[in-house]
Design a binder for this molecule. Structure first.
Ligand code: ATP
Ligand code: MG
Length: 563
């Protein structure tokens, strides 16, 4: 696992310009940002964007970033997520050092501030039901109506709020609301709920509390407690900012955070919403939060996407103010680019067909020298054993090849990469008439894959010695959804791609790949990028296909540049 701190400074953007000006003009002495996940699921690639911005901005200006769990909803939050989120941020390459915080650490302070608002006549206990509150709130075109409980005395409010805390009332019986403006054009300012009654066990505070602050009441004040200077978040919180500012202005908070919003990341063929991802897991559509098809960081890690590729992708997407959707092809292009440079080359045969080299000695095994990465001369080479019986890819042979099929066929010569030229001299078939084995001859003068007489076969195939190859299960992955805009017709789950996973049993891999650590991605030549899955065990190897080699995005881009 990579935990190096990324140091490449990002291009400047509107947030970095604001921060630079705040420092230059002395409004801020030292930059403090935070990443504030709610521990109600695992992080996804959208969160990676926020993490890269939060940690990246602080790093670029010599500041620091807090990791704060906004754990205000005990019914949905779990310790498993608290741990998973920390692991994922470290994997992505960022570290909060000593600055790990929880909104639940501030419950007592937040309660005191709620009492402060009551005393100032700016909060009241409301007995309306949730449905009534919704009905009284009005709509975007109609103002709301005041609750009949809005004019309660301070003394009565203090008494009721204290009894809410003491556990006297059942869930949903009462709420504490801010007393702002039921006619505000911003719905968030129509007397928002600050506290609700929830007799629920909290992962950190246990049963100490039976009233919990709403996210909106906790978030800005938590920033203020921590001295956060620049509170960066995605665009959907823009409409909440006036409310956060109202709290900050009406409470004796120790500092004044400022919030700036950037565009949410959306990617085609997937969904970035913890709520939806949780359903995919719970309803068994995937193997878990870390399924290689999931857009979660845990899933991308299991799939073999390197963290530097994810950071590179986020940097290329940039920090904009307007929401947009990024092509999955662009994400994959960036990942391929990173893998092409660093992934070691290995041989594997996914759907094997036996080849017998009739003029090759029975007991001979030759060690062929194959480059580890032709893109990187420093990567050296490895030895791959060659013998009389080999595996090649079934689709690399056709008994009756059509005009444009240049690979192996009866009577035809091809190159086996880094080994010899071989010519197909015959086929063996089973009772059903299927080809089960090829008979070939090899030319000893072509050792290493070159002919002294300048012969150049039209095809170069990968291969494995049947003696030395190791069996493996290989899982091929495709998009989780079969359309770029899943759910656009209303039913998201109907758009799941039924062919998003194909499991191949009976594949073979080069023996050296058995040593690869889980998640270390290699290129199986001509096939794509693959990495060992956590399910892999000695004697029962399992590989995931990270990506195919085909890069249609690069072609689209090249075409765009020409035209
Ligand atoms: P989801 O909608 O998937 O449940 P969320 O916004 O509820 O995500 P939080 O845990 O509240 O998840 O998010 C933590 C931070 O990550 C927030 O500051 C939010 O702005 C940011 N974030 C979440 N999703 C995205 C996204 N798709 N693109 C950019 N930032 C995001
Ligand atoms: Mg949220």
């Amino acid at each position: 696992m990579s935990t190096e701190t990324p140091t490449t400074p990002e291009r400047s953007d509107f947030i970095r310009e604001i921060v630079a000006a705040d420092l230059r003009e002395g409004r801020v002495q030292s930059v403090v940002t935070r990443f504030p996940p709610e521990p109600n699921g695992y992080l996804h690639i959208g969160h990676a964007k926020a993490i890269c911005i939060d940690f990246g901005v602080a790093r670029d200006f010599g500041g620091r970033t807090n990791l704060r769990f906004d754990d205000t909803n005990p019914t949905k939050e779990e310790q498993e997520y608290i741990e998973g989120i920390q692991e994922d941020i470290h994997w992505l390459g960022f570290d909060w050092g000593e600055h790990l915080y929880f909104a639940s650490d501030y419950y007592e302070q937040l309660y005191e501030w709620a009492v402060y608002l009551i005393n100032a006549g700016k909060a009241y206990v409301d007995d309306l039901s949730a449905d009534e509150i919704r009905e009284y709130r009005g709509t975007l075109t109609e103002p709301g109506r005041n609750s009949p409980w809005r004019e309660r005395s301070v003394a009565e409010n203090l008494d009721l709020f204290e009894r809410m805390r003491a556990g006297e009332f059942p869930d949903g019986a009462r709420v504490l609301r801010a007393r702002i403006d039921m006619a505000s054009p911003n719905m968030n300012l129509r007397d928002p709920v600050l506290y609700r009654i929830l007799h629920a066990e909290h992962p950190r505070t246990g049963d100490t509390w039976c009233i919990y602050p709403m996210y909106d009441f906790a978030h800005g004040q938590s920033d203020a407690i921590e001295g956060v200077t620049h509170s960066l978040c995605s665009l959907e919180f823009e409409i909440h900012r006036p409310l956060y500012d109202w709290f900050i202005e009406n409470l004796p908070v120790p500092s004044r955070p400022h919030q700036y919003e950037f565009a949410r990341l959306n990617i085609t063929y997937t969904v970035l919403s913890k709520r939806v991802l949780l359903r995919l897991v719970n309803e068994g559509h995937v193997r878990g939060w870390d399924d290689p098809r999931m857009p979660t960081l845990a899933g991308l890690r299991r799939r073999g996407f390197p963290p530097e590729g994810i950071r590179q992708f986020v940097a290329e997407v940039g920090v904009a103010k307007a929401d947009s959707t990024v092509e999955m092809g662009m994400f994959e292009h960036v990942i391929r680019d990173v893998l092409n440079r660093k992934a070691l080359r290995r041989f594997a045969v996914l759907r094997p067909l036996k080849v017998v080299i009739e003029n090759y000695p029975e007991d001979l095994v030759e060690e062929m020298e194959a480059p580890n990465n032709p893109e990187d001369p420093g990567a050296g080479s490895r030895r791959v054993p060659f013998s009389r019986e080999l595996w090649i890819e079934r689709e690399d042979f056709m008994e009756e090849p059509p005009a444009k099929f240049f690979r192996l066929a009866p009577g035809r010569e091809v190159r086996l990469r880094s080994a010899y030229f071989v010519t197909c001299t015959g086929v063996v078939k089973n009772e059903a008439g299927e080809v089960t084995e090829l008979r070939c001859t090899y030319d000893p003068a072509t050792r290493g894959g070159d002919s002294p007489d300048g012969r150049r076969p039209k095809a170069t195939l990968h291969w494995l010695s049947a003696r030395a190859a190791v069996p493996a299960e290989v899982r091929l992955y495709d998009y989780l959804f079969s359309r770029p805009d899943p759910g656009a017709d209303g039913d998201l789950f109907a758009d799941l791609n039924p062919a998003s996973e194909e499991v191949l049993r009976g594949a073979f891999v080069e023996a050296s790949t058995a040593e690869l650590p889980v998640g270390e991605t290699v290129q199986f030549e001509r096939l794509g990028y693959f990495c060992p899955d956590p399910d892999s065990a000695p004697g029962a190897l399992v590989f995931n296909r990270t990506l195919t080699l085909k890069d249609t995005w690069a072609k689209v881009q090249a075409a765009g540049k020409q035209g």
